[in-house]
Design a protein around this ligand. Sequence first.
Ligand SMILES: C[S@@+](CC[C@H](N)C(=O)[O-])C[C@H]1O[C@@H](n2cnc3c(N)ncnc32)[C@H](O)[C@@H]1O
Length: 208
Amino acid sequence: MSTDLFKETVGTSFIYRNRTVYELTMRGLYGRHYGARYRAIAGIVPDGASVVDVCCGPATLYSGYLRAKSVTYTGVDLNARFIAQVVRAGGHGEVRDLHAHTPLPGGDYLIMQASLYHFLPEPAPIIDRMLAAARKQVIIAEPIRNLATSDNRVLAAIGQRFTNAGDGAQAHRFTEATLDELIRGYESRIVERSLIAGGREQLFVLSA
Ligand SMILES: C[S@@+](CC[C@H](N)C(=O)[O-])C[C@H]1O[C@@H](n2cnc3c(N)ncnc32)[C@H](O)[C@@H]1O
Protein backbone atom coordinates (compact mmCIF):
# COMPACT_ATOMS: atom_id res chain seq x y z
CA MET A 1 0.00 0.00 0.00
CA SER A 2 1.44 3.45 -0.88
CA THR A 3 2.08 5.89 1.99
CA ASP A 4 -0.64 8.25 0.74
CA LEU A 5 -3.19 5.48 0.44
CA PHE A 6 -2.23 4.21 3.90
CA LYS A 7 -2.77 7.66 5.36
CA GLU A 8 -6.09 7.98 3.56
CA THR A 9 -7.49 4.62 4.59
CA VAL A 10 -5.92 3.86 7.95
CA GLY A 11 -4.15 6.84 9.47
CA THR A 12 -6.75 9.60 9.26
CA SER A 13 -9.05 10.07 12.25
CA PHE A 14 -12.53 8.69 11.56
CA ILE A 15 -13.95 12.17 12.12
CA TYR A 16 -12.00 13.57 9.14
CA ARG A 17 -13.17 10.88 6.72
CA ASN A 18 -16.14 12.77 5.31
CA ARG A 19 -18.06 16.00 5.59
CA THR A 20 -21.22 14.60 7.20
CA VAL A 21 -19.36 12.83 10.01
CA TYR A 22 -17.16 15.89 10.51
CA GLU A 23 -20.03 18.39 10.63
CA LEU A 24 -22.20 16.21 12.91
CA THR A 25 -19.26 15.86 15.30
CA MET A 26 -18.63 19.61 15.30
CA ARG A 27 -22.33 20.27 15.89
CA GLY A 28 -22.21 17.84 18.82
CA LEU A 29 -19.13 19.50 20.31
CA TYR A 30 -20.28 23.10 19.88
CA GLY A 31 -24.03 22.57 20.43
CA ARG A 32 -26.04 25.78 20.09
CA HIS A 33 -22.78 27.74 19.58
CA TYR A 34 -21.95 25.90 16.34
CA GLY A 35 -23.12 28.66 13.96
CA ALA A 36 -21.73 31.43 16.18
CA ARG A 37 -18.14 30.21 15.73
CA TYR A 38 -18.38 30.75 11.96
CA ARG A 39 -20.44 33.94 12.19
CA ALA A 40 -17.80 35.53 14.45
CA ILE A 41 -15.20 35.13 11.71
CA ALA A 42 -17.45 35.95 8.76
CA GLY A 43 -18.44 39.17 10.54
CA ILE A 44 -14.84 40.44 10.38
CA VAL A 45 -14.41 39.83 6.64
CA PRO A 46 -15.82 42.63 4.44
CA ASP A 47 -17.85 41.98 1.28
CA GLY A 48 -15.75 41.28 -1.79
CA ALA A 49 -12.50 40.52 0.11
CA SER A 50 -10.14 37.72 -0.82
CA VAL A 51 -9.80 35.01 1.80
CA VAL A 52 -7.41 32.12 2.26
CA ASP A 53 -8.77 29.59 4.77
CA VAL A 54 -5.87 27.52 6.09
CA CYS A 55 -6.97 24.03 7.25
CA CYS A 56 -10.39 24.84 5.85
CA GLY A 57 -12.12 21.50 6.44
CA PRO A 58 -15.17 20.85 4.22
CA ALA A 59 -15.81 24.53 3.32
CA THR A 60 -18.44 25.15 6.01
CA LEU A 61 -17.19 28.71 6.61
CA TYR A 62 -17.42 29.42 2.89
CA SER A 63 -20.63 27.69 1.90
CA GLY A 64 -22.60 28.73 4.98
CA TYR A 65 -21.22 32.16 5.80
CA LEU A 66 -18.76 33.78 3.35
CA ARG A 67 -20.16 32.90 -0.08
CA ALA A 68 -23.07 35.29 0.45
CA LYS A 69 -20.50 38.10 0.93
CA SER A 70 -19.07 37.53 -2.56
CA VAL A 71 -15.58 36.86 -1.26
CA THR A 72 -12.90 35.23 -3.38
CA TYR A 73 -12.24 32.10 -1.36
CA THR A 74 -9.30 29.69 -1.38
CA GLY A 75 -9.37 26.74 1.00
CA VAL A 76 -6.18 24.81 1.80
CA ASP A 77 -6.29 21.44 3.55
CA LEU A 78 -4.50 18.10 3.69
CA ASN A 79 -7.77 16.28 3.14
CA ALA A 80 -8.57 15.80 -0.57
CA ARG A 81 -12.23 15.00 0.18
CA PHE A 82 -12.66 18.30 2.02
CA ILE A 83 -11.01 20.20 -0.83
CA ALA A 84 -13.34 18.53 -3.35
CA GLN A 85 -16.16 19.95 -1.23
CA VAL A 86 -14.63 23.45 -1.42
CA VAL A 87 -14.53 23.23 -5.21
CA ARG A 88 -18.11 21.89 -5.39
CA ALA A 89 -19.20 24.87 -3.26
CA GLY A 90 -17.63 27.24 -5.83
CA GLY A 91 -14.34 28.11 -4.08
CA HIS A 92 -10.74 27.46 -5.07
CA GLY A 93 -9.09 24.58 -3.28
CA GLU A 94 -5.55 23.30 -2.71
CA VAL A 95 -4.63 19.96 -1.20
CA ARG A 96 -1.47 20.61 0.81
CA ASP A 97 0.36 19.38 3.86
CA LEU A 98 0.92 22.68 5.62
CA HIS A 99 3.85 21.28 7.59
CA ALA A 100 5.85 21.75 4.38
CA HIS A 101 7.45 25.17 4.70
CA THR A 102 6.27 26.60 1.38
CA PRO A 103 4.69 30.06 1.02
CA LEU A 104 0.91 30.20 1.40
CA PRO A 105 -1.40 31.62 -1.26
CA GLY A 106 -1.83 35.38 -0.85
CA GLY A 107 -5.09 37.08 0.15
CA ASP A 108 -6.54 40.02 2.07
CA TYR A 109 -7.45 37.78 5.02
CA LEU A 110 -5.67 34.59 6.05
CA ILE A 111 -7.89 32.56 8.38
CA MET A 112 -7.29 29.52 10.56
CA GLN A 113 -10.01 28.07 12.76
CA ALA A 114 -9.70 25.19 15.21
CA SER A 115 -6.50 23.92 13.59
CA LEU A 116 -3.48 25.57 15.23
CA TYR A 117 -3.08 22.60 17.59
CA HIS A 118 -2.14 20.49 14.55
CA PHE A 119 1.09 22.55 14.44
CA LEU A 120 2.16 21.96 18.04
CA PRO A 121 4.79 21.89 19.45
CA GLU A 122 5.93 24.69 17.10
CA PRO A 123 2.91 26.76 16.03
CA ALA A 124 4.70 30.10 15.43
CA PRO A 125 6.02 29.29 11.91
CA ILE A 126 2.53 28.73 10.46
CA ILE A 127 1.36 32.04 11.98
CA ASP A 128 4.40 33.78 10.48
CA ARG A 129 3.65 32.24 7.07
CA MET A 130 0.04 33.44 7.33
CA LEU A 131 1.24 36.95 8.20
CA ALA A 132 3.61 36.91 5.22
CA ALA A 133 0.75 35.97 2.87
CA ALA A 134 -1.89 38.36 4.25
CA ARG A 135 -2.45 41.82 2.79
CA LYS A 136 -4.75 42.98 5.60
CA GLN A 137 -5.27 40.67 8.55
CA VAL A 138 -4.73 37.22 9.97
CA ILE A 139 -7.71 35.75 11.85
CA ILE A 140 -7.09 32.83 14.19
CA ALA A 141 -9.72 31.13 16.35
CA GLU A 142 -8.58 28.22 18.48
CA PRO A 143 -10.42 25.99 20.96
CA ILE A 144 -9.27 26.59 24.52
CA ARG A 145 -11.49 24.10 26.25
CA ASN A 146 -9.35 21.07 26.12
CA LEU A 147 -11.76 18.49 24.73
CA ALA A 148 -9.04 15.87 24.37
CA THR A 149 -8.55 15.83 28.14
CA SER A 150 -12.09 16.71 29.17
CA ASP A 151 -13.56 15.20 32.33
CA ASN A 152 -16.55 14.25 30.21
CA ARG A 153 -15.54 10.85 28.84
CA VAL A 154 -17.62 11.17 25.67
CA LEU A 155 -16.14 14.59 24.80
CA ALA A 156 -12.64 13.36 25.65
CA ALA A 157 -13.03 10.39 23.32
CA ILE A 158 -14.31 12.62 20.51
CA GLY A 159 -11.58 15.21 21.12
CA GLN A 160 -8.86 12.58 20.90
CA ARG A 161 -10.22 11.41 17.57
CA PHE A 162 -9.52 14.83 16.07
CA THR A 163 -5.79 14.34 16.50
CA ASN A 164 -4.89 12.63 13.23
CA ALA A 165 -5.63 14.60 10.08
CA GLY A 166 -3.66 12.09 8.01
CA ASP A 167 -0.17 13.28 8.92
CA GLY A 168 0.18 11.44 12.23
CA ALA A 169 -1.50 11.83 15.61
CA GLN A 170 -0.90 14.96 17.67
CA ALA A 171 -1.63 14.59 21.36
CA HIS A 172 -1.32 18.23 22.37
CA ARG A 173 -3.93 20.95 22.61
CA PHE A 174 -3.92 24.59 23.64
CA THR A 175 -5.20 25.86 26.94
CA GLU A 176 -6.06 29.51 27.47
CA ALA A 177 -2.66 29.98 29.16
CA THR A 178 -0.54 28.37 26.42
CA LEU A 179 -2.42 30.20 23.67
CA ASP A 180 -1.97 33.51 25.52
CA GLU A 181 1.74 32.85 25.83
CA LEU A 182 2.04 32.21 22.08
CA ILE A 183 0.04 35.29 21.10
CA ARG A 184 2.07 37.50 23.44
CA GLY A 185 4.81 37.21 20.81
CA TYR A 186 2.49 39.06 18.38
CA GLU A 187 1.29 41.72 20.87
CA SER A 188 2.06 44.71 18.61
CA ARG A 189 -0.12 43.25 15.85
CA ILE A 190 -3.23 42.40 17.87
CA VAL A 191 -6.27 44.26 16.55
CA GLU A 192 -8.94 42.22 18.32
CA ARG A 193 -9.03 39.49 20.90
CA SER A 194 -12.22 37.87 22.20
CA LEU A 195 -13.90 34.66 23.24
CA ILE A 196 -16.37 33.22 20.74
CA ALA A 197 -18.71 30.22 20.52
CA GLY A 198 -19.80 30.45 24.16
CA GLY A 199 -16.20 30.71 25.36
CA ARG A 200 -15.08 27.58 23.53
CA GLU A 201 -12.70 29.38 21.15
CA GLN A 202 -10.30 32.29 21.57
CA LEU A 203 -10.27 34.65 18.57
CA PHE A 204 -7.27 36.77 17.57
CA VAL A 205 -7.12 39.26 14.74
CA LEU A 206 -3.57 40.30 13.81
CA SER A 207 -2.63 43.11 11.43
CA ALA A 208 -0.49 41.98 8.52
C1 LIG B 1 -10.81 20.60 13.37
S1 LIG B 1 -10.66 20.76 11.63
C2 LIG B 1 -11.11 22.47 11.39
C3 LIG B 1 -11.74 22.73 10.02
C4 LIG B 1 -12.35 24.12 9.83
N1 LIG B 1 -11.34 25.14 9.92
C5 LIG B 1 -13.46 24.35 10.85
O1 LIG B 1 -13.23 25.07 11.82
O2 LIG B 1 -14.54 23.81 10.65
C6 LIG B 1 -8.91 20.74 11.31
C7 LIG B 1 -8.56 20.69 9.83
O3 LIG B 1 -7.14 20.80 9.70
C8 LIG B 1 -6.73 19.98 8.62
N2 LIG B 1 -5.29 19.70 8.80
C9 LIG B 1 -4.71 19.12 9.88
N3 LIG B 1 -3.38 19.01 9.71
C10 LIG B 1 -3.10 19.55 8.48
C11 LIG B 1 -1.89 19.73 7.74
N4 LIG B 1 -0.70 19.31 8.20
N5 LIG B 1 -1.96 20.33 6.53
C12 LIG B 1 -3.16 20.75 6.04
N6 LIG B 1 -4.34 20.59 6.70
C13 LIG B 1 -4.31 20.00 7.91
C14 LIG B 1 -7.63 18.76 8.75
O4 LIG B 1 -7.68 18.00 7.55
C15 LIG B 1 -8.97 19.41 9.11
O5 LIG B 1 -9.74 19.70 7.97
